[in-house]
Design a protein around this ligand. Structure first.
Ligand code: SF4
Length: 281
C-alpha cells in the first residue's frame, strides 16, 4: 500500500523542549517527587513511563510537594503565584512556550490600552483558561465549535486565538467579528508549527483516500487535524495504529499519516511500518 507521512508532523519545538526539561529533572532529582501541571504528552505509554520515575501529572496545585514543571501551554499568573507560595515546592521549572508567553504579554498590554479581549479557543483547555484568568474582568472566550453567541457591549476589542486552533475556523470567526465593533485589533496567535502542520495535512489529504491521524484522544490539536483532513478525504483518529480497524483500509490506494504536536515519533514510525506492509486479505 502506498503510504506517505505529512511533511510537518509530530512534536513541535515547544513540546520537545518541555520533554527534554522533564527528562533532565527526572535524572537530576531522582529522590524527589516531580509534578507536571497536566499531561505533557498525549500518550498513555509515555505517561506511564514517567509515572514509574516518580512523575505525577496533576493540575491540583495544593498537592504539589517537591519539584514542579510547568508545561508548554502554561498557566495563569494566579496559579504561578500559588505554586511559588507553596512551602512544599522546592523548585519550579517553567517550560511555557514562547508563543504562549507572547499571548499572555499582549492580552495584558491590550487591556491596559483599553481593549476588551476576545479569545477564540476552548474554555476548558489549560492554555485558553490561563489567558482568560489573567484578564478575566475584561475578556470573553468564543469556543470555535459553538461560534459567536453573545458579544460584550464594548467599542474596542483585541482578538486572539488559542495557539493550536484551526486557522480556517479562526478566519471565519474573525470575519464575523469585524463588523460588530467600532475597532477590532486582530492578533494572529496560532503558532507557526501548528499552521505548518495544518497546511501540510491539507496538501496530503487531497492526494490520499484515507488519512490516519495519530494522537491522544484528549489532544485538542490532533482532533482539529482530523477535522481538517475530513474536509478533503476520509479521516480516522487513533492513538496507536493497533487501534485502527483494518476494514477501513480495504480498497484504499494511498494512505496519509498525520499526527498532533504531542505525538511521539515512535508512534508515527510504528504506524508507517504497519501500513507500508499491510496487505488486505
Ligand atoms: S503547539 Fe505551538 S504554542 Fe504549543 S507548545 Fe507547540 S510550538 Fe508552542
Amino acid at each position: 500500500m502506498e503510504v506517505e507521512i505529512a511533511k510537518d508532523i509530530g512534536f513541535c519545538f515547544g513540546v520537545r523542549k518541555a520533554i527534554e526539561s522533564l527528562e533532565k529533572v527526572v535524572d537530576e532529582y531522582s529522590e524527589e517527587e516531580i509534578y507536571v501541571t497536566g499531561e505533557l504528552i498525549h500518550n498513555k505509554d509515555a505517561i506511564k513511563k514517567y509515572e514509574e520515575s516518580n512523575v505525577k501529572f496533576s493540575q491540583n496545585i495544593d498537592e504539589y510537594n517537591g519539584i514542579v514543571v510547568i508545561r508548554a501551554h502554561g498557566i495563569s499568573d494566579e496559579e504561578r503565584e500559588k505554586i511559588k507560595s507553596n512551602p512544599n515546592v522546592k523548585k519550579i521549572i517553567d517550560t511555557t512556550c514562547p508563543y504562549v508567553l507572547r499571548v499572555h504579554y499582549l492580552t495584558k498590554k491590550m487591556v491596559k490600552e483599553g481593549y476588551h479581549i476576545i479569545i477564540i479557543g476552548e474554555k476548558d483547555h489549560p492554555e485558553t483558561r490561563g489567558y482568560y484568568l489573567n484578564v478575566k474582568d475584561n475578556s470573553t472566550v468564543i469556543e470555535p465549535s459553538v461560534g459567536i453567541k453573545e458579544l460584550p457591549k464594548v467599542k474596542k476589542v483585541a482578538v486572539f486565538a488559542q495557539t493550536t486552533m484551526n486557522y480556517e475556523k479562526f478566519k471565519e470567526i474573525v470575519k464575523e467579528l469585524v463588523t460588530e465593533f467600532d475597532e477590532t485589533r486582530i492578533f494572529m496567535t496560532i503558532c507557526t508549527p501548528v499552521i505548518n502542520r495544518q497546511k501540510s495535512v491539507v496538501e496530503l489529504s487531497k492526494e490520499c483516500d484515507l488519512m490516519v491521524v495519530l494522537g491522544g484522544y484528549n489532544s485538542s490539536n490532533t482532533k482539529k487535524l482530523r477535522d481538517l483532513c475530513a474536509k478533503y478525504t476520509k479521516a480516522v483518529h487513533v492513538e496507536r495504529i493497533s487501534q485502527l480497524n483494518p476494514e477501513i483500509l480495504k480498497g484504499k490506494r494511498k494512505v496519509g499519516i498525520a499526527a498532533g504536536t504531542s505525538t511521539p515519533d515512535w508512534i508515527i514510525q510504528e504506524a508507517y511500518e504497519f501500513l507500508k506492509n499491510y496487505a488486505p486479505s
